[in-house]
Design a protein around this ligand. Structure first.
Ligand SMILES: [Zn+2]
Length: 253
């Protein structure tokens, strides 16, 4: 038996292993699994704090409206921006940071990730982090993959860029057809608790223009609900107790 004949049956197994390494981590998209097994990835932090996060910006039409709303609420948040949008709108990206918010990485483009593409992921995330750091004046710390799909390649790429992946524990489904302020607030509040991380969108991606208005209109009620419960609303940078090394400590023992 030649080497090539022996190697042939291993090829399908290799493909299966490669596929599992690629897509296995994406199982963390499932909220129940994430909260139960990976609370740090679900953004579970200090019990007296709720992290407010926005994805998919910046967008010159919608993002300034969110910045104004947050100003009037006296609240700060983390904006997971796309590198290509940050490169197109550096002034707006800078403004997000200058108004007291935190910039984080949502990837270079809002690509799906069903095929392994480690080199492209490494380049894209590094490039996005560099653009965001240049605009915001500080290196980003967090990474949230598009669609919340954390593949093996994205996980490796984030770690190589020095970024910690964070998904969410409550979302508003603010992109969905028919979303309203009331539906967004009710959907968030179903999973809202102290220590949680809320996902909303400050810009449309793949949804009709104007869909962001439901999230914007839901904001005052959501922030008030958190404060009524005694939770401070803020960015991810204030969501975990800091350890001596400056990295987030464990959310809960
Ligand atoms: Zn997104």
């Amino acid at each position: 038996m030649t080497c090539s004949r022996r190697a042939a049956p291993l090829a399908p197994a290799g493909i299966v292993l490669l596929g599992a390494a690629h897509i296995g981590p994406a199982a963390t998209w499932l909220p129940g699994l994430r909260r139960a097994c990976f609370p740090w990835l679900a953004g579970e932090g200090r019990l007296d704090h709720v992290a407010l996060t926005f994805d998919d910006g910046p967008d010159p039409t919608s993002t300034p409206r969110f910045l104004d709303a947050l100003d009037s609420l006296g609240a700060r948040a983390t904006f997971f921006v796309l590198g290509e949008r940050a490169a197109r709108h550096p002034r707006l990206t800078r403004e997000i940071a200058s108004r007291g918010h935190e910039l984080a990485v949502h990837g270079w483009a809002h690509d799906p990730a069903w095929r392994p593409a480690l080199v492209r992921e490494v380049r894209g995330i590094r490039r996005a982090a560099a653009v965001i750091a240049a605009a915001g004046g500080a290196s980003p710390r967090w990474y949230r993959p598009p669609y919340g799909i954390l593949t093996g390649g994205r996980l490796v790429a984030a770690r190589r860029a020095g970024l910690r992946p964070v998904l969410w524990s409550a979302w508003g489904r603010d992109w969905a057809a028919g979303a309203t302020a009331a539906s967004v607030r009710a959907t968030v509040e179903r999973d809202l608790r102290g220590g949680g991380t809320v996902l909303l969108h400050d810009a449309p991606h793949g949804s009709p223009p104007g869909r962001w208005q439901a999230a914007l209109a839901a904001l005052p009620g959501l922030v008030a609900r958190c404060r009524d419960a005694g939770w401070t609303v803020g960015p991810l940078g204030e969501h975990w107790p800091r350890t001596g090394g400056g990295l987030p400590g464990r959310a809960r023992d």
